[in-house]
Write a protein that binds this ligand. Structure first.
Ligand code: C5P
Length: 317
């Protein structure tokens, strides 16, 4: 039976601005997304049966249809019934390294891998944009996870414009293992607290989007100006998550005392990251954080920007 092993990188948000409400109940966003080396591995093995089965040894990862990876498989089955009838289902094994409920798009990256993996197993030959259209049907961050790299994301997050690749920066990630944040909660709370300031006029929204395209963060990325990128990090969701979780706010504050290029919460959190120019500085900051927060519940990683989305794992020799 054929098997494909795929690498599914996590992402961080360098910028996340909430512009307003959308008729579909989601939010109109402007984000800059960046993929990083911290990644899950997903193995897909054709099983010649009429079912998909999920396997993962992480106790908090659901193995049923509530898992985005499972939903991706169900969508492929529904969209490509002839391929499903010909090739059958698959055993899908998730080797989890990306923390869950972390704001790092781990679940979305797993779903993106299932789309790419079934495209290969079923010999469909889908283009990247066809895969991204399918991805948008199951989650806002999944189209980005297919392609990875550095991208401006608008709409629900599914409209992507690739940006110059920034793969020379290093990242220190910090997350309390026992703490996770529900993304729907973060957006709902934001709407309750800041909804009065949402842009409602379509012309205002359009104008704001135009400004972002030529705005300071996009400019800083175009010029690879790392110091400016660090200073322009921005995330509206910090306004609701940090007051709710002072422990997370304390991590961000301490990161900033260690003089990285910048520090911020990723997505709906609670992971906080610091950016550095060198691996040495990232490792030094990791050590200093470890000393300042000896709590074993605090997990730290040193990783790096990368310029790819879902890709095949190197074959084992
Ligand atoms: O699309 P995804 O399933 O990742 O979104 C998770 C939740 O985040 C949604 O159910 C919604 O509450 C919120 N969200 C939003 N606006 C977006 C993206 C996500 O309100 N553009």
């Amino acid at each position: 039976m054929r098997t494909y092993s795929l690498i599914a990188p996590a992402k961080i948000n360098l910028y996340l601005e909430i512009l307003g409400d959308r008729p579909d109940g989601f939010h109109e966003l402007v984000m800059v997304m960046q993929s990083i080396d911290l990644a899950d591995q997903i193995d897909l093995r054709a099983n010649g049966t009429d079912v998909f089965r999920l396997h993962c040894d992480h106790p908090q990862v659901p193995k049923d249809e509530s898992n985005l990876a499972y939903r991706a498989a169900a969508l492929m089955q529904q969209q490509f019934p002839a391929a499903f009838a010909r090739f059958g289902g698959a055993e899908i094994t998730i080797h989890k390294r990306i923390p869950i409920g972390a704001g790092l798009a781990g679940g979305s990256a797993n779903a993106a891998s299932v789309l790419v993996g079934l495209d290969l197993l079923w010999e469909l030959g889908l283009t990247q944009s066809e895969l991204q259209e399918l991805a948008a049907m199951i989650g806002s961050d999944i189209p980005f996870c297919v392609a990875g790299g550095t991208a401006l994301a608008t709409g629900r997050g599914e409209k992507l414009a690739p940006l110059v690749s920034l793969n020379q920066l290093y990242v220190v990630l910090a997350k309390y293992q026992s703490l996770s944040v529900s993304t729907p909660w973060a957006y709902k709370t934001y709407r309750q607290q800041f909804g009065h300031a949402y842009l409602t006029n379509p012309l205002d929204l359009e104008q704001r989007l135009q400004q972002v395209h030529s705005g300071p963060m996009i400019n800083a990325i175009a010029h690879q100006n790392e110091a400016e990128i660090g200073q322009l990090l921005y995330n509206d969701l910090e306004k609701v998550v940090l007051p709710e979780h002072p422990k997370v706010a304390a991590i961000k504050d301490h990161f900033l005392t260690l003089r990285p290029l910048g520090a911020m919460m990723s997505g709906s959190g609670p992971t906080v990251f610091a950016l550095t120019k060198t691996l040495e500085q990232a490792q030094q900051i990791e050590q200093q954080m470890r000393q300042a927060f000896p709590d074993p519940d605090l997990e730290l990683w040193v990783t790096q920007f990368n310029s790819h989305g879902i890709r095949l794992a190197e074959p084992l020799i």
